[in-house]
Structures are given as C-alpha cells and as structure tokens.
Design a protein around this ligand. Sequence first.
Ligand code: TRP
Length: 333
Amino acid sequence: MNRPTILTGDRTTGPLHIGHYAGSLSNRLRYQDSHEQFLLLADAQALTDNAHDPEKVRRNVMEVALDYLAVGIDPGRTTICLQSHLPALAELSMLYLNFVTVARLERNPTIKDEIRVRGFGRDIPAGFLCYPAAQAADITGFRATVVPVGEDQAPLIEQTNEIVRRINATAGHEVLPEAQAVIPKAGRLPGIDGKAKMSKSGGNAIPLSASPEEIRKAVRAMFTDPNHLRVEDPGRVEGNVVFSYLDAFDGDQEGLEDLKAWYRRGGLGDSKIKARLEGILQELIAPVRERRERLAREPGYILDVIRDGTDRARERTEATKRDVVDALGLFQL
Ligand code: TRP
C-alpha cells in the first residue's frame, strides 16, 4: 500500500488553539488513514525568531505534543518527531542555502510580511531569513508530496519546489519530488477580538486546554457587529466573529443559515448566538481538555512517543540526505 506522504508541523512557541483545530488538526485526523503522516515539532524553526527565549521553545515541545495526542492524533498511525533532533534536516538546510539567493529569500512574501510584522528591518536574524530553505529541508527530507499549510505559508512551498528543481537539474535526474500545498478551504479563524489572526501571543485565542470558565468568558467577549445595538436592529454577519466560529464548528449548517437570515433581519440578540456558540465550543473542547489533563500526568509516555517518532523520522531523513549528497556528486569516503 503506497500512501502519499504528508508533512506538517508547528513551531513550538505555545499551546495550540481552536484556530489550529479548525484549520489543520481536524484535517490531520482524517489524513491518518489515507496518508503516511509526519508531524514535526518545529523547535529549531521556533528558535529563528525566539532565540532570546529558548526556554519557551523547549517547554512548548511537550505542550504541542500533548495537544496532538489530546485531539486524537494516534502515534501508531502518525509519526510525531522533534526537529532539533533530526540532524539530517540541518545538513540539508546548509546544502539548500547554496541553491537560493538572499534576494530571493527577501522577496518571499511570507518572509517579507513577517519581517514587517515583527519589525526586524535589517536586523533580521539570518536563521529567520533562511527558514524557507530549512522548511524546504523539512519537506523534502521526508519526501513529502502533500503539505497542508495556511494560505500565508503557500510561498514557502513554492520556494521549496524551486530548490527541488535546481537540485534535480544539477543532479541531472529526479532526486527529490516536488510538493503540493494544500490550503484549507475554510480560511483562517479570526481572533475573538475580530483581528485577522488568532494567536497564542495576541491574547485573542481560545486554547484547546481552555477551562469551561475561560471558554465562557472568551465567547462573551467576542467581537460581533458594533452597530447591532438593540436586539431589533438588523445585524451584520460578515466580519462577525461569532458567525465565523459558527461557520467553522456548527454541525447544523442549515439551522445556521436560518439564524443568519434572522440576525440580518433584526430581532436576534448577540446573547442568543453566543449561547449557541458557547454550547458548541464547550462540547468540542471538553473531551480534548479531559484527555489532555490525563496525558499530562504521564510525561514519560509523551516522551516515549516523541522519541519513537524521532527515531523513525531520523532513518527517513538520513536516507534522503545521503541521496542528495550522492546526487550532487560530493566526495565519498
Ligand atoms: N512554518 C510552520 C508554521 O509556522 C511550521 C513548519 C515547520 C512546517 N516545518 C514545516 C509546516 C514543514 C509544514 C511543513 O507553523
């Protein structure tokens, strides 16, 4: 049985939130049967913009691994592995940096945007500027052909394929496969404050480990339509965070359409739609939180999962590195 290989990963900078669930985790659960799936705990990549706080990067390896297992990632079917312990990925990165120019890295829309948002200017860490080459190493190191990422990461896959084509052209045969980005249709969930991006650091996310009280507070605080002052006023559904979340999580999409029509007409209060959403989120998160709490009491088990997965991933990535070194015709000892 030859299933296509999928690689995705997360920087280990904080626990995952329901935006991750809607955008990627729920798909990863489905891929467990149809694909050979690797999940990368991207601690080395996390360091490229967190070198001032390696403790945060270290601590969150366990948190992200816990999140994976709590939502139902099955280590028997999906390989969970730790990036910093896969030296072949670092070696491939160094090789790939010779197949990409600084100008091309600076033009990468993902990098350009992140430089602007983080205010790096010319003081950008070299590791950060070069992380597209490192991500190319991740993707090709596993010989992944399918890479589900958010829309903002699509340029990284494009740049990966450019590097792949250069290496293949230099070698004179296909050493590495090109990869296909899979962008989730649903798009990104906004933060509870209505900002485009839900983020661990922005304080506008609902973590998968949220308590019932935290969920209740977050839904109450959610941005709706600032002009929907009285219940009888017509309300806007677009840009209304409660409806964005209902779109993502409500199992009864027909009922939801009726609700939207009612809200637009007027007569439906924010508290009603918030109560509906809160119920849905409480139900979604409760089993995840419970599993997470149970697993958190077994750190030895989590470590074993990461160790086993990383051992498997090491074999795989070492083999790719040997292939690339051979194909480039470097000296053999
Ligand atoms: N860049 C991804 C993120 O910010 C994490 C990541 C690292 C990744 N390596 C990867 C994603 C390889 C897909 C494939 O979340």
